[in-house]
Design a protein around this ligand. Structure first.
Ligand code: CA
Ligand code: CA
Ligand code: CA
Ligand code: CA
Length: 364
């Protein structure tokens, strides 16, 4: 990929106003897990939150108030023009593509608005708020994922995924957790695009699938009881062996979800993937990679070093407490305290803001 090209996308990404940070940090009251009577066997019969054959010993409770928020660009405003102007930076594995391949059909159920993180003694909770539901059939029929970088090297280590969650009660139906045990996600240079073909196998290890696995209680998902546009994932944070990890989120059409494609910008060249940015006429419209969205990553309740590849821009970091910035949305009690919030931008285009700073932050 030519240098000039990523620069252009980068500037659009940035100019998009990337860096509106609103700040703070808060933890709500820690939740306690609910015990469900029954055996802990993966295939035992009995009652649990999941119908059929899985019995759960532990199920998540209500997520504490959001401890950190990632805001994402949204594409609704320009959907009628079949283009985006922010949130997309192919060279750095950032996508804003909630569109069909020809950019003619916009999918609000795949357009991430905001993600929130919180934890209690057992569970980490990640809420993913979408612009809207499937316009034809309602609901959230996509595949929604949280990607975790445990050692903060820019390579994802775990992927917690649900496809087409339906219930507002916690369920392990359709929930999978993948791991990259041989550490090849990201190819040669994590986050940055490497020339395909990709040599690695991405997330090659499936730890649990709909409650079938070593720990049937490892991960759950639901539709938020208070917001039908929000998917909530819960997983035992002990699986990361550390309460401190980087997290970011994804939304895919199920046909675009391939754990072996990570990182996606190593699987395709930009020419093969296409672009939603109309100004990049050599790549526009979308080609091999469409109907998906993702965000930059942030720390699990801490401010990461700006040197961590894939971390959200921090150039305009706002000191904790200076905002009031509501993490209005998906999880938890509003106004419970200052909230740590970062954004990769949803501002008008071309209001060029400190591009060099951003690139500095995005470069490993
Ligand atoms: Ca988005
Ligand atoms: Ca790479
Ligand atoms: Ca791998
Ligand atoms: Ca995005």
């Amino acid at each position: 990929m030519k240098r000039g090209v990523w620069k252009t996308t980068g500037i659009i990404f940035l100019a998009a106003g990337l860096v509106s940070l609103v700040a703070g940090c808060s933890f709500g009251p820690g939740g306690t897990s609910t015990s469900v009577p029954g055996t802990s066997g993966a295939t035992g019969k009995g009652k649990g939150v999941v119908p059929a054959s899985v019995t759960h010993t532990l199920v998540p409770v209500e997520p504490p108030a959001s401890a950190s928020t990632i805001k994402d660009s949204t594409s609704a405003a320009l959907a009628a023009q079949h283009r985006v102007n922010s949130g997309e930076n192919y060279a750095f594995n950032l996508f804003e593509r909630p569109f069909s391949q020809d950019m003619q059909t916009y999918a609000p159920y795949l357009d991430i608005v905001q993600a929130d993180y919180s934890k209690d003694d057992t569970w980490a909770y990640i809420s993913i708020r979408m612009v809207g539901q499937d316009q034809k059939n309602g609901g959230l029929p996509g595949t929604y994922a949280a990607e975790l970088d445990v050692n903060q090297d820019g390579r994802g280590d775990f992927l917690v995924v649900v496809t087409a969650p339906k219930s507002t009660s916690w369920s392990s139906d359709g929930v999978k957790v993948y791991a990259d045990n041989n550490h090849d996600v990201g190819g040669i240079t994590p986050v940055q695009s490497d020339p395909p073909p990709q040599g690695g196998d991405g997330y090659e290890r499936l730890l649990v699938d709909s409650g079938q696995g070593k720990d049937p209680d490892l991960a759950f998902a639901r539709i938020s009881p208070s917001n039908p546009n929000t998917v909530q994932l819960a997983f035992k944070w002990s699986m990361t062996n550390s309460p401190s990890f980087m997290w970011g989120v994804w939304a895919f059409d199920p046909s675009m979800f391939h754990p072996d494609w990570f990182d996606y910008n190593d699987h395709f060249t930009q020419a093969q993937a296409g672009s939603p940015v109309i100004e990049l006429s050599q790549y526009y419209p979308l080609k091999g990679l469409y109907l998906l969205d993702n965000t930059c990553r942030w720390g699990s309740g801490f401010t990461p070093s700006p040197n961590v590849p894939g971390s959200c821009p921090q150039g305009a970091a706002i000191s904790p407490g200076s905002s009031g910035g509501s993490a209005s949305g998906s999880t938890g009690a509003p106004g419970a305290g200052p909230i740590q919030s970062v954004s990769n931008g949803n501002q008008p285009v071309l209001s060029v803001a400190t591009p060099t700073l951003i690139f500095g932050n995005l470069k490993p």
